[in-house]
Write a protein that binds this ligand. Structure first.
Ligand code: GDP
Length: 455
């Protein structure tokens, strides 16, 4: 149990109907009594828990708001500690004043993810579950939310724990052999071990593959829009994001900075950058934009290359095509509302898909959605199956798969079984790190540092 009692505003930093100040720790109820007067005169410290109390919030002997205080007694709370949640009017000033009152009454400001970290440390959820809390908060679509909820409910951990148990089962027989190395090991025993290692490895590989397919849905894919000036990149961006956000003009090279935005097309999230267009220019300011565009293009996983379908392709278009090599790429043959003069066949050779679109009328967006889901293989994503949340978990799985491959190679080449045992142990460790049963403090701290304050 944590010694300190912490507090934070749990609702967004914006005006709203309700604001919530969450207080958790051994002194949570005493501290709340110092700032909250229930109308019926009752004390929060006397509350049985799972109760709502109506009253006034007092700061410097003055009433600052009317509020409802929810009380949860340890261990029956989100964090597993005593928790009070003051539900006040959701104004920025009011919530900040109440937090200040609570801190002056003895609480300390909570760090990012501190409430969930306490829930993890108190055994209310494992590390994979904790990460899915943040994934659920930041989900931008139905499938992403369903996948996060599924992990929060423990489906991934169940699967990972089952994999772990199977490897540990093998380790137990290996340990017996290590203790009595002179005993001959049965042929059937090694083939059973091979069977377990291969099937666990296949299961983990399947989980990784599904995560990779689902990444476009759960986390979003880094994408760029490229194209020579005036082909309609800004207009495409406006169409996809649903509102006017880049400057659209007839003057070539108007967009000078890289504007990045999360855009949802169907269930697919694109972290998309509108760029100045990669072209040679003497203009210094424009050159900065072009440089930024190049860097962004380097790290993009997906390229949307825009061409003006209403005019013949030019040398500049060919340069763009050249720069998109080695990436997943879709060509948008824009201005489909005008007669087509560009040669579609030339573009088709170099792109995974060509979509004719009119950024002006919106024609072609459904076709773009289909092309995206085919290229990013999001159809294979099943939010009801065990889903990894984030690169940390993926990395643990990859490591486990690597160690299981070593086990298999060692068994096949007839290396002594203690070598197999060491590799199997490493595979187990990687999986225990995933669920947090055996994660170093630095790993745990890193996970929660990415959370928001108040969660
Ligand atoms: P950028 O320089 O590539 O960002 O191009 P803009 O988005 O600024 O567009 C250049 C010009 O093309 C503007 O006048 C747009 O209104 C026009 N434009 C963009 N998309 C379309 C389209 O689908 N059809 C037609 N007819 N005009 C378009």
């Amino acid at each position: 149990m944590n010694e300190k009692t912490v507090a934070a505003i749990a609702t967004p930093n914006a005006p709203g109907g309700i604001g919530i100040i969450r207080i958790s720790g051994p002194e949570a109820l005493q501290i709340t009594d110092r700032v909250f007067r229930a109308v019926d005169g009752s004390k929060i410290t006397d509350s049985k828990g799972y109760r709502a109390h109506f009253g006034d919030v007092i700061y410097n002997n003055e009433k600052i708001d009317e509020a409802v205080c929810l009380v949860f007694r340890a261990p029956h709370s989100y964090t597993g500690e005593d928790v009070a949640e003051i539900n006040c009017h959701g104004g920025l000033f009011v919530t900040k004043q109440i937090l200040r009152a609570v801190i002056e009454a003895g609480a300390e400001p909570a760090g990012p993810g501190e409430f969930t970290k306490r829930a993890f440390l108190n055994g209310k959820m494992d590390l994979a579950g904790s990460e899915s809390v943040m994934a659920l908060i930041s989900a931008s679509g139905k499938q992403a939310a369903a996948a996060a909820l599924n992990t929060l409910e423990g489906n991934l951990s169940k699967k990972i724990n089952a994999c772990c148990d199977r490897i540990i089962g093998v380790c137990a027989s290996l340990a017996a052999w290590v203790d009595y190395p002179d005993e001959d090991i049965e042929e059937t025993e090694t083939s059973e071990m091979t069977e377990v290692f291969s099937s666990v490895k296949a299961e983990l590989e399947d989980i990784i593959r599904r995560y990779d397919c689902g990444k476009a849905v759960t986390e979003g894919v880094d994408a760029v829009i490229v194209g020579k000036p005036n082909v309609g990149k800004s207009t495409v961006m406006n169409l996809l994001s649903g509102y006017q956000r880049s400057i659209v003009t007839d003057i070539a090279g108007t967009t000078r900075d890289v504007v990045e935005e999360k855009i949802t097309i169907g269930d697919i999230v694109l972290k998309i950058a509108d760029t100045a267009g990669i072209h040679d220019t003497e203009n210094v300011v424009e050159n900065i934009g072009v440089d930024l565009a190049r860097k962004r293009l380097d790290r993009a996983e997906l390229v949307l290359a825009v061409f003006d379908g209403s005019s013949p392709l030019s040398a500049e278009d060919s340069t763009i095509i050249e720069q998109c090599r080695e990436k997943k790429k879709i060509a948008l043959l824009n201005k489909a509302d005008l007669p087509r003069l560009a040669d579609r066949g030339v573009i088709e050779k170099d792109f995974d898909r060509v979509v004719e679109i009119s950024a002006l009328t919106g024609e072609g967006v459904r076709e773009l959605e289909r092309a995206l889901s085919e290229i990013l293989m999001t159809d294979e994503f099943d939010p009801a199956a065990a889903c990894l949340t984030g690169e940390r978990q993926r990395n643990c799985c990859i490591r486990a798969v690597g160690h299981l491959s070593e086990c298999l190679t060692a068994l096949e080449s007839g290396v002594t079984l203690d070598a197999v045992n060491v590799c199997a142990d490493c595979a187990v460790d990687a999986l225990l790190e995933l669920t947090g049963k055996k994660a170093r403090t630095a790993v745990v701290d890193e996970v929660f540092s990415r959370f928001c304050v108040g969660k």
